[in-house]
Design a protein around this ligand. Structure first.
Ligand code: GSH
Length: 211
């Protein structure tokens, strides 16, 4: 019997609720029917209080039977190796899934996160907008020709790409109907909805504890 535990913060302000990256791991477990528990580290003092688990003071991280993993992408790959629901067992399907999972992190989120931070600091039309729009346009072309990124069916690559793209501000400009349909289809999955509801409920319960 495994003791898979997903770690997140004990509380976050309302803004990021529903977007904290432990949701990726919860969602993958829900998709694959992998039992898991959620535990927390304090949000206050996060810069220092769990550096042995996550060297940047961030979340999520995951622990299971002596395996300890930080980085949501690494956690997703760990989970994907457990279930063909998340990643096909054949070499070609697995390679396709892994390449798109890395693309979500290293070709899309690598652009959207800096863009987001510049926007948050008051620079709405910042110098990264054209770069980001170009990447989103390429995704629109890909998604215009196929429903799923890898292996002709839902995989963990879609989970991660949809999670990166579902941030509304990132898609607030431009007209990309295939991308919109893709995100709606994937975030309509019961596993996503449960993960999102559970995360938000946890942070809301923590409001009362802090009050
Ligand atoms: N590359 C990391 C990013 C983790 C990350 O940005 N976590 C956010 C929550 S979603 C966080 O901990 N933010 C607080 C901080 O950076 O101090 C991953 O994918 O796990």
């Amino acid at each position: 019997m495994s003791d898979l535990t997903i770690w997140t913060y004990d509380w976050v302000p309302p803004g990021p609720r529903g977007f904290v990256r432990d949701l990726r791991l919860r969602w993958a477990c829900e998709e694959a029917g992998i039992p898991y528990a959620v535990r927390t580290v304090p949000f206050d003092g996060r810069e220092f209080n769990h550096l042995a688990d996550q060297p940047f003071g961030q979340v999520p991280f995951l622990k299971e039977d002596g395996v300890e993993i930080f980085e949501s992408g690494a956690g997703l790959l760990h989970l994907a190796r457990k279930s063909e629901v998340l990643m096909p067992g054949d070499a070609a399907g697995a390679a396709e899934t892994e390449q798109w999972l890395i693309a979500a992190l290293n070709s899309i989120e690598m652009v959207t996160v800096p863009w987001w931070f510049l926007r948050m600091s008051g620079d709405a039309d910042n110098g990264l907008t054209g770069w980001m729009a170009g990447r989103l346009d390429h995704m629109e072309r890909v998604l215009g020709g196929q429903d799923w990124l890898a292996a002709g069916r839902f995989t963990v690559a879609d989970l991660l790409m949809a999670d990166v793209l579902r941030v509304p501000e990132v898609r607030a400009f431009g007209d990309r109907p295939a991308t919109e349909a893709y995100i709606a289809r994937i975030t309509g999955r019961p596993a996503f909805i449960k993960a999102e509801v559970d995360q938000i409920a946890g942070f809301e319960a923590a409001d009362q504890a802090r009050a």
